[in-house]
Structure formats: structure tokens, C-alpha cells
Design a protein around this ligand. Structure first.
Ligand code: HEC
Length: 218
């Protein structure tokens, strides 16, 4: 009889503790209700073509007329080794994990015969007529972030010059590559202004967007 009472107490105590825990947790959830994130974790820089209104742009579009002319094609060929496990670049070459990429510059996205593209790539081809320099450049910086649902499980090329060199090389893997536009240094000027902040490892995009007069000259 005494023993039974003791077990009752123990179980009662345990039950009480569990109840208390549940109440505390519920209370905490009510107190600290999750706030919805205002901007998604990865903001995609969209080139507006309006140089004055690109304060939000994380990566200023290269001036292709200038950059392609001085790109290191051999370095681009070396970078393409990262793609070779999934892509064949030869004329008439096979599709592998990814589609054959001969002549991909200027080609309609998601259009290579015999390759089963993802829905994401198919949707993208609905709004983008051709892979031009800028779109390949943006896609390669982070494929999954750029095209939602893409099958290309490649982390991306973080370095700007890697992408530019690769694109210069990619241009040669084609019988009719798109023309190199005339240099337009004016369009690239904001890039030069934003570069020091980026190089210094500024994390807040708002800071990078501030005019240079924020820092008094010493
Ligand atoms: C792990 C495999 C893999 C790697 C590595 C990879 N890709 Fe891809 N790539 C794919 C797949 C799969 C697709 C098709 C994507 C889809 O359908 O969403 C694709 C699609 C593409 C497309 C679009 C082709 C078209 O016909 O529209 C381009 C351009 C491209 N890749 C370039 C590259 C480059 C350049 C590299 C190297 C820097 C690379 N890929 C690395 C798998 C890969």
C-alpha cells in the first residue's frame, strides 16, 4: 500500500513535469512568434540596363565589349574542366548528365535535341529567347538560385573573372557565336566605383550603395 502511493507520487510528478514543459514551450512559441523574412536569403541581381538605378545589384554586369576582348581564353578552358563531368562541348557531341554545349551561346535555353530539361529550365526558355553573355554569366554564378528547379546541380563559379574567361572560351566552342558588342566603358563605370567596397569585404549592400562621400578623404 505504501509502495503504491510512492509510485503514484512519482508518476504524478513526472506527468506534472511534462505538462509544465508543454505549457512553457507553447508560451514561448506564442511570445516568440516567427517573423516572416522580408527578403529571401539570396537576392538575385537583375541587370536593368539602367546604370543609374542599380544600387541593389550585387554583381555589376561586365562591359562585354571590353571584358571579352581582354579575357584569358586559356584560363577559361581550364575552368571548363569543372563542367566536363556533366557536359560535352564538341560539335555533335553527346548529351551527358547535362546537355551538349557546342554553340550554346546564342542558343535558345532548354532547346538542345534529345535532352530532358527540367521544368525550371523550360519555364526560363519561355521568357529568355537566347543564352547571351550576360545570362550565361548570371546563371553560372549560382545556377540553382538563378533558375528555380534547375537540374544543374553545380554550385556555381563565384569568381567574376572565371566566368568571363570561361564565356570567352565558350564563344569558341561554336560555329556562329554571338558578336562581341562595342566597348561601352560608361556602362561599366559604376562597377569600378562599387568595386573597392566589395573588395574590402563589405557585407551590407546598403553600405556599398552609399556614395563615396560617406568616407571623408584622410
Ligand atoms: C553536376 C553536373 C553539371 C555540372 C558540373 C555543370 N552542369 Fe551545366 N547543366 C547540367 C544539367 C543537368 C543541365 C540541364 C539543366 C536543366 O534542365 O534544368 C545543365 C544546363 C546547362 C546550361 C543550359 C544549357 C541549355 O541547353 O539551355 C548551360 C549553359 C550550362 N549547363 C553550363 C555549364 C557550365 C559552363 C558548367 C561549368 C562551369 C556547367 N554547366 C557545369 C549539369 C551540370
Amino acid at each position: 500500500m505504501k509502495d503504491e502511493l510512492r509510485w503514484n507520487k512519482i508518476f504524478g510528478g513526472l506527468l506534472g513535469a511534462v505538462l509544465l514543459l508543454l505549457i512553457v514551450r507553447q508560451g514561448a512559441e506564442m511570445l516568440f512568434a516567427p517573423t516572416p523574412v522580408k527578403t529571401p536569403g539570396y537576392a538575385i541581381a537583375v541587370a536593368t540596363g539602367d546604370a543609374g538605378a542599380t544600387a541593389e545589384v550585387a554583381d555589376t554586369p561586365p562591359d562585354w565589349g571590353t571584358e571579352l576582348a581582354k579575357a584569358d581564353v586559356a584560363a577559361g578552358a581550364a575552368v571548363s574542366q569543372k563542367c566536363a563531368s556533366c557536359h560535352n562541348f564538341a560539335n555533335g557531341g553527346p548529351n551527358q548528365t547535362g546537355p551538349n554545349l557546342w554553340g550554346v551561346l546564342g542558343r535558345k535555353p532548354g532547346s538542345h535535341a534529345g535532352f530532358a530539361y527540367s521544368q525550371g529550365m523550360t519555364d526560363f526558355s519561355g521568357k529568355q529567347a537566347a543564352w547571351d553573355y550576360q545570362h550565361v554569366y548570371e546563371f553560372l554564378s549560382g545556377p540553382a538560385a538563378y533558375i528555380n528547379g534547375t537540374k544543374m546541380s553545380f554550385v556555381g563559379l563565384k569568381k567574376r573573372e572565371d566566368r568571363i574567361n570561361l564565356i570567352a572560351w565558350l564563344r569558341q566552342q561554336s560555329s556562329s557565336p554571338p558578336a562581341i558588342p562595342a566597348p561601352n566603358p560608361a556602362a561599366a563605370a559604376p562597377a569600378a566605383a562599387a568595386a573597392p567596397a566589395a573588395a574590402a569585404g563589405a557585407t551590407a549592400p546598403a553600405d556599398a550603395a552609399k556614395p563615396a562621400d560617406a568616407k571623408p578623404a584622410a
